[in-house]
Write a protein that binds this ligand. Structure first.
Ligand code: OFO
Length: 173
């Protein structure tokens, strides 16, 4: 049985994952406006993933006989300074989510809640992966440059990265 505090915290995490999904969606829209289809596809896929992360917690709460709360929709920003700023913001946001997951893990340990502790390990690995991915994209942007002549090449890089991720996902990696 989950504690009241754990149910509240997991519901807050549902809201955070839902917001992350919307934030990625907003970035997809921004890239569409710049006709950077590779980056837009990357952001759409991330938005979908975050939605799945949200649903995973939703179903976990149901499984544990607790009530999941559908969060209110908080509006993400729709405008971004430039391509590098979009990915820098993405990394910063993923770091914020990692901190929230770590806090949840600590709560589970404190409460001796082994079921939730085990459940959260998937999120720990996922956040490590996502932070690494965003960091490598920022490194690439730093190499290629962030000026208008570089946008085509950044878009192609992200497009191939996105295709590789999709391929790995369909292979179940
Ligand atoms: Fe939900 O994985 Fe990132 O935020």
């Amino acid at each position: 049985m989950l504690s009241t505090k754990m149910i509240k915290s997991l519901n807050e995490q549902i809201a955070m994952e839902g917001y992350a999904s919307f934030l990625y969606l907003s970035k997809a829209g921004w890239f569409e406006g710049k006709t950077m289809q590779g980056c837009a596809s990357f952001m759409y896929r991330q938005a979908q993933e975050e939605n799945e992360h949200m649903m995973k917690i939703f179903h976990y709460l149901v499984e544990m006989d607790a009530i999941p709360v559908v969060p209110a929709i908080k509006q993400p920003p729709a405008q971004f300074k430039d391509v590098k700023a979009v990915f820098a913001d993405t990394l910063a946001h993923e770091q914020k989510v990692t901190k929230a997951i770590n806090d949840l893990v600590e709560l589970a340990m404190k409460e001796g809640d082994h079921a939730t502790y085990g459940f959260l390990q998937w999120y720990v690995a996922e956040q490590r992966e996502e932070e690494g991915l965003m960091r490598s994209i920022l490194d690439k942007i730093n190499l290629i440059g962030n000026g208008s002549q570089s946008l085509y090449f950044i878009d192609k890089e992200i497009e191939s990265l996105n295709k590789a991720t999709l391929k790995a996902e369909s292979a179940g990696e």
